[in-house]
Design a protein around this ligand. Sequence first.
Ligand code: SF4
Length: 267
Amino acid sequence: MNLYRGCQHGCIYCDTRSDCYQIGDLGDLRYKDRALDLLHRDLSRIRNPGTVGTGSMNDPYMPVEGRLKLTRGALKLLSQYAFPVHIITKGTLVYRDVDILQEIGKTYSAVTLTITTSKDDLSRKIEPGAPPSSSRLRALRLLRDRGILAGVIISPILPWISDQVRDLEKLIRLCRDAGTSYVLFWPWMTLRKGQREYFYGELDRLFPGLKRRYIRHFGGGYHAHSTQSEVLQRKMQMLMKELSLPHSIPQYNGPSSGLPAQGELFL
Ligand code: SF4
């Protein structure tokens, strides 16, 4: 479910800039003014609710949502029709809707906060319009304190920028301290046409000299894996095991299941 087009968070690596999506300028923000009417119509027709996801092409809790309340309106409808919901966001504004999330949680609700580094100064650089990492960790704590199923996805990981073992270990420990329900760890980024050109431009501005290294290593490739992604995977898995942190999201499995357990979407 995408209620907006474009995203105010302006992450330098954002995959939504890829030409294949034909979004154009990510900063050219638009909202869908009939979205709630259309959603209402569709929800009233569907007999077998599946989990509704939001947060893949733009962030449902970017600043403008504070004023427009489109996401809040959609959640109210989803609650009314008892649809399960999974939200992915960097926006701390998600906590505003904790009352509805609790209500939806009687069916199933999950909130996944994207956090890519433990360092606020780095998150401000690479995710300039989003709240810094420490604020997202606070939002996670608040959601967990209110009984919401909430976890973290650590992705993307930018080679030579956010792939330091020590930083990522620290981040996983901070997630644990914030009471995270799970941690998803995906140590790579996409580098697709459209997205790549913007990202390389930002590398020149923010990390002079790195672009040449990216071109040498990844050329026109679709993915950029950290050169130490295997080490990262192994170390982070070991740490999560040591901290007893699940590495997948419990899934909704139908109205009679009480709670989640459908196949693992994120492994
Ligand atoms: S929050 Fe997500 S959709 Fe928005 S700019 Fe960042 S990566 Fe893109």
